[in-house]
Design a protein around this ligand. Structure first.
Ligand SMILES: CC(=O)[C@@H](O)[C@H](O)COP(=O)(O)O
Ligand SMILES: NCC(=O)COP(=O)(O)O
Length: 267
């Protein structure tokens, strides 16, 4: 069982420090190239949880290129056996996300967080956050709908400190900082250019009473530095690099290495 304690925004449990939610999209992507069910997404998620991961994330895109609807329900069934761990579904609330969330909850299955991401259907991966004030009016009712299910709502956001009061006003519980620009700058030795915006956005979110998550292109090289530089990050969701690392180190050892980065990043 994970050492989880309640803290922070939203009513669900999180362990002290930054939680690691493993995104298993890329396991499904490989599985979908044949009809054999290999590798198993549920088995991969089980290995992550057994190794100490705090949660599982999926981003079921409308074209089901990786995570399919049945994966969402299969993983939610798995999470029932891990009461301390969290299930986070990411996606565009104007596409398939809200209906999936409703169905998970209707089946009596656990769902802790929905992360709203403004991706278009044909996008190859996420590449920007919501815009405020432009998106506020159309997001508000969907945020209310998902929160009425008892599910926390996090909004995928670029590092824009000035948007945080509007994110709070629209009813979100958390923001997820889109970290691609941090990851690229880290790889290119340009951290001074980007770090202040991430740290300022986290501080602005915390001032508003929002929780702070982060994700996209985080990896074993940049995760510790990110968490040292950006205050109060409650959860990182990591998939692409982590699943790649698992090919080299195995899933359990890989998860342990990422957990070690979160611990080092929190000191
Ligand atoms: C929201 C986000 O940051 C993305 O990283 C996403 O969840 C990953 O989606 P893909 O695996 O389809 O690239
Ligand atoms: N929210 C980000 C996520 O779930 C995984 O992003 P990535 O590590 O696949 O880039």
């Amino acid at each position: 069982m994970n050492p989880l304690t309640s803290r922070g925004s939203g009513s669900h449990s999180q362990r002290a420090g930054t939680a690691l939610s493993v995104n298993v999209n890329k396991v499904a992507l490989l599985r979908n190239t044949r009809s054999l069910g290999i590798p198993s997404v549920v088995r991969a998620a089980t290995l992550c949880l057994e190794a100490g991961a705090d949660g599982i994330t999926v981003h079921p895109r409308p074209d089901e290129r990786h995570i399919r609807a049945h994966d969402v329900f299969d993983l939610a069934e798995l999470l029932k056996a891990w009461p301390g761990a969290e299930f986070n579904i990411e996606g565009n609330p104007f596409h398939n996300l809200v209906d999936l969330a409703r169905e998970v909850v209707a089946r009596g299955l656990p769902l802790h967080q929905c992360t709203f991401v403004p991706d278009s259907v044909e996008q190859s991966t996420s590449d920007h956050g919501w815009r405020f004030p432009e998106d506020a009016a159309r997001l508000a009712p969907l945020i209310a709908d998902v929160k009425a299910l008892g599910v926390r709502v996090s909004l995928f956001m670029d590092p824009t400190p000035e948007a945080m009061p509007a994110v709070r006003a629209v009813g979100a519980d958390r923001v997820e900082l889109y970290t691609e620009t941090y990851a690229r700058a880290h790889a290119e030795g340009r951290l001074a250019e980007v770090t202040p915006a991430f740290a300022d956005t986290a501080r602005a979110a915390l001032r508003e009473g929002l929780g702070v998550n982060a994700g996209h292109d985080l990896n074993l090289d940049n995760l510790t530095d990110f968490l040292k530089a950006v205050p109060g990050v409650q959860e990182v969701s990591i998939g692409h690099a982590l699943v790649g690392d698992a090919l080299e180190f195995g899933m359990a050892e890989t998860v342990r290495r990422y957990l070690q980065c979160t611990r080092e990043g929190n000191t």
